[in-house]
Design a protein around this ligand. Structure first.
Ligand SMILES: *Cc1c(COP(=O)(O)O)cnc(C)c1O
Length: 358
């Protein structure tokens, strides 16, 4: 175990080649004001507005998102989904074949995939059986080569929020970056850790427009962190990593707070109804408490039910072979109509089972 305080110098965690990197300077980096005639980027003069390269620094959208979240734009990285931010964190911080990261499992699969792609070892620490976070176990797994600890809260696929106290203990004691993935924070009763970004140098908070904002298709993810780390991530990203269409859609959506609030209310109501109705089935052993927009449900014959639903045209996620999620399906909360169809299909499954009983 290697415990220090969290006053880590960010540059000491960054790979040497990245510290020394001279980033690509695009035409729009060299001149960012506004002019009458643009003959600097070899763009086609026809087909406006998509003939122009987008703003590589995403100044306007960053200002909008940062102010909505009560943060400074300098603390914000925007990427092609949170997945880009996750991958960039590996590329900025982790020396391939040498450094390692810690994931707290079961959790989102992309941390492990990005680790493997970047040839970085991924140490797995399990949540407790009740899906709570064991800060001591996580800290015990830290050593000199640990560059990041991934915490996902609310966690996918267990659907619960991790305890604030345990997360803070890890952030305060770990001598590395702690990445808290808050993809589902808008569905949660917790406030999340975003407000701590300005004071915790080793904290990275990931959020996304893919879930509560209903914009998975535009691929827009956010990383909030210390400006020094944001600068390294920005230096490594593709120059035009967020395209014009995505930026325009994001800006439109940010103006529709009311609509988003109504969606959220609806999803939370449906979540309660679905949770209650699922609990009533004889084959359902447990609907786990949820702080997100999906339910983790333990049932008898999970795999068979998964196939039965699939044959009825309803796709859920089979998590039955994931450690601690044995016998579980992960079910996203849909519209009232979609949830009704799911419940109807399960009703039918239960009846068929009665009929086929020996
Ligand atoms: C869905 C999800 C995301 C979203 O990723 P994007 O690339 O932003 O779409 C991130 N983290 C977790 C844990 C998720 O479940």
């Amino acid at each position: 175990m290697l415990i220090m305080n969290n006053d880590v110098a960010i540059s000491s965690l960054v790979r040497q080649n990245i510290r020394e990197l001279v980033p690509y300077a695009s035409a729009r980096d060299e001149f960012s004001g506004s002019a009458e005639v643009y003959l600097d980027a070899n763009e086609n003069p026809h087909n406006p507005p998509l003939n122009r390269y987008p703003d590589p620094t995403q100044v306007h959208l960053k200002e909008l998102i940062a102010s909505m979240r009560g943060q400074h734009a300098g603390n914000l990285f925007l990427g092609n989904g949170s997945d880009e931010a996750i991958d960039l964190l590996f590329r900025v911080l982790c020396e391939p074949g040498q450094d390692c990261v810690i994931t707290v499992d079961p959790t989102y699969g992309m941390y492990g995939v990005c680790a493997a792609v970047n040839d970085v070892q991924c140490i797995s620490v399990l949540l407790r059986k009740d899906f709570s976070l064991d800060a001591g176990a996580v800290l015990a797994a830290v050593d000199e080569s640990t560059k990041m600890i991934f915490l996902c809260s609310p966690n996918n696929p267990t659907s619960n929020s991790l305890e604030m106290g345990a997360m803070l203990e890890i952030i305060d004691k770990a001598p590395c970056m702690v990445v808290v993935d808050e993809a589902y924070i808008d569905f949660s009763s917790e406030h999340g850790l975003l407000s701590l970004v300005p004071e915790k140098k080793n904290l990275v908070v990931l959020q996304t427009l893919s879930k509560a904002w209903g914009l998975a298709g535009i691929r827009l993810g956010m990383a909030f962190a210390h400006p020094e780390l944001i600068r390294y991530m920005s230096a490594v990203k593709y120059p035009y990593n967020v395209n014009s269409l995505s930026m325009a859609e994001a800006e439109k959506a940010l103006g529709k707070e009311e609509e988003k609030k109504a969606w959220l209310e609806n999803i939370l109501l449906e979540r309660e109804r679905l949770s209650l109705d699922l609990s009533a089935f004889g084959f359902v052993e447990r609907v786990f408490p949820t702080d997100s927009n999906f339910l983790l449900v333990r049932m008898k014959d999970a795999r068979r039910i998964y196939s039965y639903l699939q044959n009825s045209g309803i796709i859920v996620r089979d998590r039955s072979s994931v450690p601690l999620c044995e016998g579980c399906l992960r079910i996203t909360v849909g519209t009232s109509e979609e949830n009704g169809l799911l419940l109807d299909a399960l009703e039918k499954y239960e009846q068929d089972k009665q009929i086929n009983k020996p």
